[in-house]
Write a protein that binds this ligand. Sequence first.
Ligand code: UD1
Ligand code: CA
Length: 462
Amino acid sequence: MGLSVVILAAGKGTRMQSNMPKVLHKIAGKSMLQHVIDAAQQLQPEQMIVVAGHEIDQVKASVAEQEVLIAEQAQQLGTGHAVDQALPLVTEGNQVLVLYGDVPLIQKETLKQLIDAQPKDGIGLLTVKLKDPSGYGRIIRNGEGRITAIVEQKDASMEQLAINEVNTGILAVGSHKLKQWLNNIDNNNAQGEYYLTDTIAMAANEGGVRACHPASPIEVEGVNSRVQLAQLERAFQKQQAEKLMSEGVTLIDPARFDVRGSLSCATDVVIDVNLITEGEVSIGRGTHIGANCIIINSKIGANCVIKPNSIIEGAVIESECSVGPFARIRPGTQLAQGAFIGNFVETKNTVIGQGSKASHLSYIGDAEIGSGVNIGAGVITCNYDGANKHKTTVEDNVFIGSDSQLVAPVTIGKGATVGAGTTVTKDVTPGELCISRVAQKHIEGWQRPVKKQTKNNLEDKK
Ligand code: UD1
Ligand code: CA
C-alpha cells in the first residue's frame, strides 16, 4: 500500500493580515509549507497533494519545481471538504496522511509512528495534551479510554471543554474508508463547515481510532498570527542552537542566533551574537565567528577568525585565515591558508594565495593573487571597463603599495614591487619596481586662502 500525503493549505489566514497565503510565510527562511513538504518527503510517499485555494497561484508557484500535485478548493467549506478535494487525485487503495501547511515543525519520526499505528479500517490520530486546550477540537474517550469522537470547541459542552487532550488535526487513514466516511459528513454544526473530525466517530464504530503523540508539543503547534510565527521561529532556532551546542559549539547567546538553511560546525567553534547563516554553511574546528556576521553558502576552515560585521557569501576560506572586521567576501572568493583580509575589503571571484594580506580598504575582483603577497591600503582592481570584466594576476611575493590601481587585464610578475599611488596599466616584469607617481613639487612661501569677512559670517560668530 502506497502513501499519499495530503497537505491542507487553502485557508486565507485572516489574522496574518497579509496578501500572501499564510502557508508561504517563512520560518528560518523557508516557507511553512516547504517545511511540511520536506518532513513528509522523508517518508518517501508515492504522492503529495497540496490543497490550495486562497491565492492558489502563489502556492502553485512555490512548489512548481517539485513533484507535488495541487488540488483546488475554491471555497473553504471546512477541513473535511478540503480533504475531499484531494481524493480524486489519490491513488486508489493508498494510505492517506493528512498534514497542515500551517503546522510547520512536524517531524518525520512522529509521522512514521502515526502511519504505523493506523488500524486497518480505522484512523491513526495525532493528539496532544495541552495546559490550555482552548480553540482546539477535544478528544472524547469512553469509559474504557477508547477514542469515540472529536468535538470542536464551538460545539463543545462545558464538560467537554474541560478535556485537555486535543486534536492536532494530523491523521492517517485508508483512502477507501476515508472516501466512504467523507460522503457521510454534513455541515450541521456551529461553524456550518464540513469537519474532517466527524470521521473520527465513524472510524470508532469500524476499525477504531488509535492515538499517537508527538515527541514535543512544538511539532504540532499551528500558526495563525505573526506573533505565533515569531514564536515558532524562536522555538525552531532554539532547537538548532541546542543541537549545535550538544555537538561541541559555543554559542555566546543562543537566543541571538539564526540558521536559515543548514549549518555544520566542527568542535570548539565559538560563535558570538547575531550570526545569520543562509543556505549550506560549514565551519571548521576552533574557528571563531565575531558578532553580527552573515555567512551564506560558504565553507570556512579550521582555526580561522572571522571578526565582527563581516559578510561572507559563496566563499571557500581555508584554515587559519583572518577576515574582517567589516569585510565583504563575495561569491567566487577563495582564501588559501593563512590569508588575511582586513576591514573594508571587498573581494569577488578572486583567489587569494597562502599567507597573502589585504589589510584595509580594497576592492579585489576577478583576480588571482599568489602567496606571500602584500596588498596595501586602498588598492583597487579595475576589473570592469564598462562592458566586460577582465582578470588581474598578481604572482607570488608581490608588494603593491597603497592606493594603487591595477587596470585589468594585467599581470604583475613574481616578486615585483608597485610603488604607492601607481596606476598599473601594463604588465610588470618579475622582480622590478613599477611606479607611476607624479613627481612631487615644492612651492615655497605658499599662502593659504583666507576666508572673506561678510555680514553673514560675522553674524554666525555672535
Ligand atoms: C482544526 C480541527 C481541530 C484541531 C485544529 C488543530 C477540524 C474541523 N478541526 O480546527 O479539531 O484541534 O484544527 O489546529 O478539522 N483548511 C482548508 N480548507 C478549509 C478549511 C481549512 O484548507 O476549508 C486548512 C486551513 O488552511 C488550515 C487547516 O486546514 O491550515 C485547519 O483549518 P482551521 O480552520 O484552522 O481549523 P481549526 O478550526 O483550527
Ligand atoms: Ca487552526
